[in-house]
Design a protein around this ligand. Structure first.
Ligand code: 2M8
Ligand code: MG
Ligand code: MG
Length: 271
């Protein structure tokens, strides 16, 4: 098994950013040596910080699939302390397109790069030190849309003409490369695990928002964590392959993992 999980609104509470209710199931995952791959819209410094709290040493994905990071010698050929594998355009290119579109069309949006540390902290509930980490982007720009839906469609069309797209997270839209998402990053990692172990893995994905949809739909087994609004993301997948939680994050993650363990416990090994 390989577990791919979103963080905000999935493993972590929307406002608390806590994973406290999941400590027991996390220990169970670790005891079974099941890789837990963080696949989030968060940045490298944010995820490094969370990996320490989780005692996690597995490869991970940042910024909605903009890049994968591989710890030293985790897979052969990746010997440096932490190898970045980029899957999309870099941040400067994305910001250049956004600035040009804003100048040309006056699209009403505000990105993280336009916001002060204090503003990011106020919008997200992250402490200033964590907000600073969230601002260190490499391949996606979170933004607030301050216009209507018709104009949003025009913005998305203009982004597409420039090789970009929008994905929706919990609070923000994320402008990023057209060919990048969490599912593509998941597939890259599945390939690397397959090559290393010469065996097939069952992929399990957990998420809550539109930016998780491709990953959830393409995983062998998916868990959709109920959103703060009380609704659940709709995924296009046979019922037998999806678990919908009753609880929201952070309790929803524990609920999902307990249901997942029930399904896979019948099997004897966890590879
Ligand atoms: C942003 O991501 C969340 C995830 O769903 C969102 O769109 O609401 C990211 O920019 C991330 O870096 C940051 O930690 C998070 C804080 O809520 O917001
Ligand atoms: Mg989320
Ligand atoms: Mg996320």
């Amino acid at each position: 098994y390989l577990i791919f999980t979103d963080l905000d609104g999935t493993l972590l509470g929307h406002d608390s950013y806590s994973f406290a209710p999941s400590k027991g199931v996390l220990a169970r995952i670790a005891a079974h040596k099941i890789p837990l791959i963080l696949n989030s819209s968060k940045t490298l410094p944010e995820i490094l910080d969370i990996r320490i709290a989780l005692h996690n040493n597995d490869p991970f994905v940042v910024e909605n699939g903009a890049a994968i990071y591989i710890p030293a010698n985790f897979f052969s050929d990746y010997t440096s302390p932490l190898t970045q594998v980029r899957l999309g355009p870099d941040y400067d290119e994305i910001l250049a397109v956004l600035q040009r579109l804003k100048a040309e069309h006056h699209f009403p949006f505000t990105g993280f790069s336009d916001l002060s540390l204090e503003a990011v902290s106020n919008l997200t509930g992250l402490a200033l030190t964590k907000a600073a980490m969230a601002k260190q982007r490499t391949g996606s720009e979170p933004l607030l849309w301050q216009g209507g839906n018709a104009e949003l469609a025009l913005f998305e069309k203009a982004l597409a003409e420039n090789g970009l797209k929008l994905l929706k997270g919990g609070r923000f839209f994320h402008a990023q490369g057209q060919d990048t998402d969490k599912a593509k990053a998941m597939h890259q990692l599945i390939k690397l695990y397959h090559r290393k172990h010469d065996t097939d893995f069952t992929s399990i994905a957990l998420g809550d928002s539109q930016n998780d949809r491709a990953m959830l739909e393409q995983a062998d087994l998916a868990a959709v964590i109920r959103k703060k609004s009380g609704t659940s993301l709709a995924v296009n997948k046979p019922d037998a392959e999806v678990i919908y939680t009753q609880h929201q994050a952070p309790e929803g993650w524990r609920e999902a993992m307990e249901a997942i363990f029930k399904r896979i416990d019948g099997g004897t090994d966890y590879e």
